[in-house]
Write a protein that binds this ligand. Structure first.
Ligand SMILES: NC(=O)c1ccc[n+]([C@@H]2O[C@H](COP(=O)([O-])OP(=O)(O)OC[C@H]3O[C@@H](n4cnc5c(N)ncnc54)[C@H](OP(=O)(O)O)[C@@H]3O)[C@@H](O)[C@H]2O)c1
Length: 254
């Protein structure tokens, strides 16, 4: 993927040490992008960098200082054409009556403020390029509620409004704002993190049907980023065929 100046386009992918983020790094690299891969775990990033030729930079998106260092690194090493705000996740599935305040606070810090912090940091770089993409991975949890999901659906709705509002605020500038909203994706860690390391409970989420895999989502990300510059895919919802909505999954074995 090249820019109008024939140099490879350059993307920053957050949450790149696992799941959708790692798959996105692999796919963008295969498509010819330069990629800066970021997450907290430097060892996993180093392995991904070794495999794909991406540049790795460890940063916690909930830290002002670490995101500032990440942005400085991106600036110093070649600037930016696209940011994939993917770092995020769910904590718990408790009903509102029993929900853990600290879990909700941490979800907000990671999904909403993390995306805000990274986006604010890189917007000047995208503007310096004269064009760019801000992509946000939300979820079908950004579109509707489900029992036990209020903490996660709440933060994903907020992330969606961040993207929607930013698109409005940037209209007239050559910067696209793209939202990808996946349904159930069987990634190594998403449900494991959600259920505090309970592998049996995590595995049940994906039992009896074919969920999406990380590369299915990476494919949609790469596709939206590679549309002609005048085409803005505002929102792309992608679910497994077996999932009609957040609460209806046909566990029929296919
Ligand atoms: N899996 C699903 O069913 C699904 C469905 C819809 C939407 N999504 C969304 O898709 C995104 C990726 O999900 P996934 O399934 O790929 O999850 P995952 O496998 O758990 O990956 C989450 C990534 O976020 C990183 N991360 C977590 N906390 C971070 C922090 N404070 N700072 C920087 N990076 C951090 C993790 O790396 P480190 O731990 O190394 O930092 C990891 O690379 C999330 O936004 C999620 O909400 C997932």
């Amino acid at each position: 993927m090249t820019s109008s100046t024939d140099r490879p386009r350059r993307a920053l992918v957050t949450g790149a040490s696992s799941g959708i983020g790692a798959a996105t790094v692999r796919r963008l690299r295969a498509d010819g992008w330069d990629v800066v891969a970021s997450a907290r775990r430097a060892d996993r990033l180093a392995a991904l960098a070794q495999e794909t030729g991406a540049d790795a930079f460890a940063a916690d998106v909930t830290s002002d200082e670490q995101v500032a260092a990440l942005v400085a690194h991106v600036r110093a090493t070649g600037g930016l054409d696209a940011v994939v705000n993917n770092a995020g996740g769910a904590l718990g599935l408790a009903p509102v009556a029993d929900a853990d305040l600290d879990g909700w606070r941490r979800m907000y810090e990671l999904n909403v403020l993390g995306t805000l912090r990274v986006t604010q940091g890189v917007l000047p770089l995208l503007r310096e390029r004269g064009a760019g993409d801000v992509l946000v991975v939300t979820s079908t949890a950004a579109l509707d509620a489900y029992p036990g999901g209020a903490g996660y659906t709440g933060v994903k709705h907020a992330e969606r409004q961040l993207a929607t509002t930013l698109r409005w605020e940037l209209v007239g500038e050559p910067i696209r704002v793209i939202e990808i909203a996946p349904g159930a994706v069987a990634t190594e860690e998403f449900s494991l993190v959600r259920f505090g390391g309970d592998a049996e409970r995590a595995a049940k989420v994906y039992e009896g049907y074919q969920p999406l895999v990380a590369d299915d989502v990476a494919d949609t990300i790469a596709w939206t980023l590679s549309r002609p510059a005048h085409v803005n895919v505002d929102l792309l919802v992608v679910r497994p065929r077996a999932q009609a909505n957040n609460t209806t999954t046909a566990r029929t074995g296919v």
